[in-house]
Design a protein. Structure first.
Length: 118
């Protein structure tokens, strides 16, 4: 079992930056693929970024490439999402997830709201 708690969301102007954190507890953090997803009002949840289970390979939604960076600190059991050059369309609730592969997730956090004002 893995528990995930996101933090770092908030209100930011377009062009600004935020860093989201996801603290994990429970089973060995480093053995999981970790990902970030988001869900905007009235839309389905979508993939944003992820680490492979090995922690070596990263994956990104096309529209965030070059703006968002996923990173992890296994010593702190934490995964981060650095978001730069934010756009209004990045507004959503952002969720952290852990799983057996970057396309398969078993555990989810409660989400953190990111609002980008235009």
């Amino acid at each position: 079992q893995v528990q995930l708690v996101e933090s770092g969301g908030g209100l930011v102007q377009a062009g600004g930056s935020l860093r989201l954190s996801c603290a994990a507890s429970g089973r060995t953090f480093s053995s999981y693929a970790m990902g970030w997803f988001r869900q905007a009002p009235g839309k389905e949840r979508e993939f944003v970024a992820a680490f492979s289970r090995t922690g070596i390979t990263t994956y990104y939604k096309e529209s965030v490439k070059g703006r968002f960076t996923i990173s992890r600190d296994n010593a702190k059991n934490t995964v981060y999402l650095q978001m730069n050059s934010l756009k209004h369309e990045d507004t959503a609730v952002y969720y952290c997830a852990a799983g057996t592969g970057w396309k398969n997730y078993d555990y989810w956090g409660q989400g953190t709201q990111v609002t980008v004002s235009s």
